[in-house]
Design a protein. Structure first.
Length: 188
């Protein structure tokens, strides 16, 4: 029995270094697999980022194409709102009519009015118009001097020719009478 016990002890001692080598090899293999999976993850992440960039570029191109198709340059007309100072008029809304038909009605937030006062320009409406004579009526609603309710209109008769037309509806301050002034002008 002692011989058998000695033989079992010897084979257990021989197996211990083998198990340690096997465990070290498995750890190296797991580390290599972990490194490979990290590299694969980085590769997938880079592919996703490249795909996102391509989708954004495609979306921009589609938007430009849609604008071109919906509003061809030869029949396009766009109306912009701008403000100068805004001391005598606090804008609430703008209503635009072309040839007696209401085409836009826009209610401004405080942040949008602040952006206009700081020099911003807002494209309030874009449409297609046939060539010929047209009438634009813009009605501005807000608060005038001394916080009085203020509703004032401005009219422009214009000739739409072939090509894009841009019209600016400008709100300016007239210092001498301390009143707002509403000017409609065509951009060249």
């Amino acid at each position: 029995m002692t011989l058998l016990a000695l033989g079992a002890t010897a084979s257990a001692q021989d197996a211990a270094p083998m198990d340690a080598d096997r465990a070290a090899e498995q750890a190296r293999s797991a580390g290599a697999q972990d490194s490979a999976s990290r590299d694969q993850f980085r590769s997938i992440d880079q592919d996703v980022q490249a795909l996102k960039k391509e989708v954004l570029n495609l979306n921009r191109d589609l938007f430009l194409l849609e604008e071109e198709l919906l509003f061809p340059a030869n029949s396009q007309v766009a109306f912009f709102i701008s403000m100068d100072v805004g001391e005598y008029f606090d804008l609430d809304s703008v209503n635009i009519k072309i040839d007696g038909k209401e085409v836009a009605n826009y209610l401004y937030t405080e942040r949008e009015v602040d952006a206009l006062v700081r020099g911003g320009v807002h494209r309030v409406h874009m449409a297609n118009l046939k060539t010929g004579d047209h009438e634009l009526v813009a009605i501005f609603v807000g608060h005038g001097p001394h916080q009085r309710e203020y509703r004032r209109g401005a009219t422009l008769n214009f000739d739409k020719t072939i090509g894009a037309k841009y019209v600016e509806l400008e709100i300016t301050d007239r210092v001498k009478p301390q009143q707002p002034e509403f000017i409609i002008k065509e951009w060249e």
